[in-house]
Design a protein around this ligand. Structure first.
Ligand SMILES: [Zn+2]
Length: 309
């Protein structure tokens, strides 16, 4: 039997393979690591460490409260498509806990950035029974530890870029060190007895410990439970007794209750602080970009210090 070898399909197949190989190398060189993050603070941190080697999709924008945030179907697909996921952790994203547990089971590269903070540096406020306070970003030193989780996660996913991420991690640490020093100096503009910070919810415990403020939040560590009338009356008494000059609203919590307390206590609202979400990128105030972590920290401290002076 005579067999004829038709070379055409073979050539086509070879050509196809060559093209795939070519395209493959081209995309590998330009290809960025797909990262999905939760809060805007975590998004900022991953961009700082990852630079142009990462493409970050942040799920929570300006004004979003992470304690209450529920993932949409689009969010879930962004999480599934990500090669690596960073979230805050310590139950900050309380309604997404199940999703992260499931993803961690199916996927290797899922990191709560707060795991970079040693347990002994974590606060465990009595009102958040059995849980640590998740608002670690307000102590800039602790946030620098969280940056190391990002270095670790990106390096584990892409070991060939390890040196690059470690180098960037060092630069981020240096920047955060300077921001911490700046914050200590700014806080010191207020005498110790005037450093009383009253806000909507207890987001500022780490801030208070790091920069020497007594911190009183109306709603407790999470915004899930609302303040009762008794809490409000107690807070009014506290403000009067301590001659607190101003109290503050938060961008991710409804301002109504704080406004009412300010009225009842006869004090002013000293401004809006960013607590669990940053501002919109490019939104400037006091010369700071509120859409960056550094801008948020500087804006908050400047607002607090100016209002309480
Ligand atoms: Zn919070």
């Amino acid at each position: 039997m005579k067999t004829t070898l038709n070379l055409k399909p073979l050539w086509r197949a070879l050509l196809g393979l060559a093209m795939i190989a070519l395209l493959g190398t081209a995309t590998a060189a330009e290809r960025k690591i797909r990262v999905t993050t939760t809060t805007s603070m975590v998004t900022d941190l991953v961009k700082q460490v990852g630079g142009d080697r990462v493409e970050v999709a942040g799920l929570m924008g300006a004004g979003v409260d992470p304690h209450l945030y529920k993932a949409t179907a689009a969010d879930v697909s962004k999480l599934q498509q990500a090669e690596v996921i960073f979230y805050n952790g310590l139950v900050l994203e309380g309604k997404m806990t199940d999703i992260f547990t499931k993803l961690a089971r199916s996927k290797k590269f899922v990191y709560p950035v707060a795991e970079g903070v040693p347990e002994k540096r974590l606060l465990e406020p009595p009102q958040f029974e059995g849980h640590y306070d998740p608002h670690v970003w307000f102590d800039v030193e602790l946030w620098a530890m969280c940056a190391q989780t990002v270095v670790k996660g990106l390096s584990e996913l892409s070991p060939k870029d390890k040196a690059h991420f470690e180098q960037r991690g060092k630069e981020v640490a240096t920047k955060l060190r300077a921001l911490h020093e700046w914050s200590l100096k700014k806080a010191a503009e207020l005498p110790k007895e005037k450093r009383i910070l009253v806000t909507s919810h207890d987001a500022y415990n780490y801030f208070g410990r790091a920069y020497g403020f007594q911190v009183v939040g109306l709603q407790g560590v999470s915004t899930v439970t609302e303040a009762g009338l008794a809490d409000m009356a107690k807070l009014v008494d506290f403000i009067k007794k301590n001659r607190v000059k101003a109290i503050f609203v938060e961008s991710s919590v409804s301002p109504a209750t704080i406004q009412r307390i300010a009225k009842d206590a006869g004090v002013k609202v000293g401004g809006e602080l960013f607590s669990d979400a940053m501002g919109t990128p490019g939104q400037m105030e006091h010369g700071y970009d509120l859409g960056t972590y550094e801008g948020m920290i500087k804006h908050n401290l400047t607002t607090i210090v100016e209002a309480l002076k």
